[in-house]
Design a protein around this ligand. Structure first.
Ligand SMILES: CC(C)(COP(=O)(O)OP(=O)(O)OC[C@H]1O[C@@H](n2cnc3c(N)ncnc32)[C@H](O)[C@@H]1OP(=O)(O)O)[C@@H](O)C(=O)NCCC(=O)NCCS
Length: 205
């Protein structure tokens, strides 16, 4: 997806209409790195990337990071990693600040990232996710990811994950593109977690 696409989110806050601007775009500079580090820690807690890992990820995969900014402030990110030796990409990271979850920011980030991968010639995308992470699993399923196999102890003892995979096609990508840009129904923004989505689990993978 071309960087810098923006849309308007309106929220009703005690009778006032608050208009927020959501922008999904590329990683820009070291200021983004600091903000990303803070956001990653907020979302993933003890499973956040150590700074030196994030630094190296940014250096090696800068083009595969998409950032969501609400009124200019970082609120979500998507990270993919593609090997030059194969046509398979990994969806390595997807996260939205807890305050802004449930407002289709994660869906837009994921759709934009997958669309970008398709444009780069990638046809298979894999990811690992905790089976009990309902929010993430349902999002991935809705994007055509399918269960491949269980991975007991993938991140160590008690940290089971499952492998999911998606085959990108022209038809699917058209749907993804539409979702990445959709102005459809948007839940109120910047007024705290949506009550119906407050149970979204925060876990890496
Ligand atoms: C998973 C995550 C990225 C989703 O982003 P989000 O902006 O909160 O989700 P969206 O509003 O875009 O919802 C997209 C879809 O996810 C699913 N979903 C989101 N929250 C959900 C919840 N609490 N329960 C069930 N399904 C949920 C739904 O299918 C939803 O589609 P719908 O609204 O059309 O029904 C976000 O919740 C998050 O950052 N969680 C913590 C980190 C994490 O677990 N990342 C994934 C690691 S693999």
């Amino acid at each position: 997806m071309a960087g810098g696409e923006a849309e308007i989110i309106s929220a009703v806050l005690e009778g006032f209409t608050v208009v927020s601007r959501l922008e999904v775009g590329p990683f820009r500079d070291d200021d983004d790195l600091d903000a990303l580090r803070e956001l990653d820690a907020t979302i993933f807690g003890s499973l956040a990337y150590p700074y030196f890992v994030l630094r190296q990820v940014v250096d090696a995969h800068r083009d595969e990071i998409l950032l969501a900014r609400l009124d200019g402030k970082l609120c979500g990110y998507a990270l993919t990693m593609t090997s030059r030796m194969s046509d398979v990409a990994w969806f390595q990271g997807l996260g939205v600040h807890p305050k802004y979850q449930g407002r289709h920011i994660g869906r837009r980030l994921a759709c934009a990232a997958l669309t970008k991968l398709f444009g780069a010639g990638i046809r298979t995308v894999q990811l690992v996710v905790r089976p009990a992470n309902t929010a993430a699993v349902e999002l991935y399923q809705s994007l055509d990811f399918q269960w491949q196999k269980d991975l007991p102890g993938y991140f160590g003892r008690g940290q089971d994950r499952m492998l999911m995979s998606c085959t990108l096609s022209k038809k699917l990508t058209r749907t993804l593109q539409a979702q990445a840009r959709s102005d459809g129904e948007v839940r109120p923004a910047a007024v705290g977690p949506s009550p119906d989505r407050a149970d979204a689990a925060s876990t890496r993978g």
